[in-house]
Design a protein around this ligand. Sequence first.
Ligand code: SAH
Length: 215
Amino acid sequence: MTEDEAARIKMQFLYALRSKGVTDARILSAMERIDRGAFVRGIFAERAYEDMPLPIACGQTISQPSVVGLMTQALAVGPRDRVLEIGTGSGYQAAVLSLLCRRVYTVDRHRRLVREAQAVFEALHLPNIVAIATDGSRGLPDQAPFDRILVTAAAEDPPGPLLSQLKIGGIMVLPVGQSDTVQSLIRVTRLETGFDYEELRPVRFVPLVEGMASD
Ligand code: SAH
């Protein structure tokens, strides 16, 4: 691919993000800087700049870029925030978040995905991401509480441990609903007195599965 072609593909990518509602300039610039092609393998790498989910190892998927942008926008991350992501997958979402906040803790139940994502974080020099193989439905109690929590796999309800690991004033964004149907992306804000729930848009994610995977 020539430099001109690469520039044109990136322009189209950013245009697609904007037209789907990703308007925050900081998020667009983070998504311009992180090469999505580094997070997909083989024949799919050449489709990295299409606004589509793509298959990754362990039968999982890297989310559609516009969904990554919209979820990041809904999370309203600040530069001093400590963020927990459940569902490392390819590592792409964590990489985008890492340019916008102080530290990202990202966890996955597949050890292989965590290992492969870690190698990409090192190659791209993203030192503020901590990737851990663990069951994210229990959160990450050792590092709690968090300013922001992003869940990239669908649960039927917001998991209790995640709600309790959110700071007061903190925000969690997650898809909720049955795994084989359309789910709702919701935003939960922790108030002094309880939780505020807001429904954002229909989405489709792989299910949040309890316990570690065998690989
Ligand atoms: N955020 C990813 C896409 C995630 S796909 C990216 O940017 O590429 C959803 C991921 O959630 C899968 O990798 C799956 O293994 C993981 N997952 C499902 N249940 C989980 C659990 N209980 N704990 C941790 N990760 C889980």
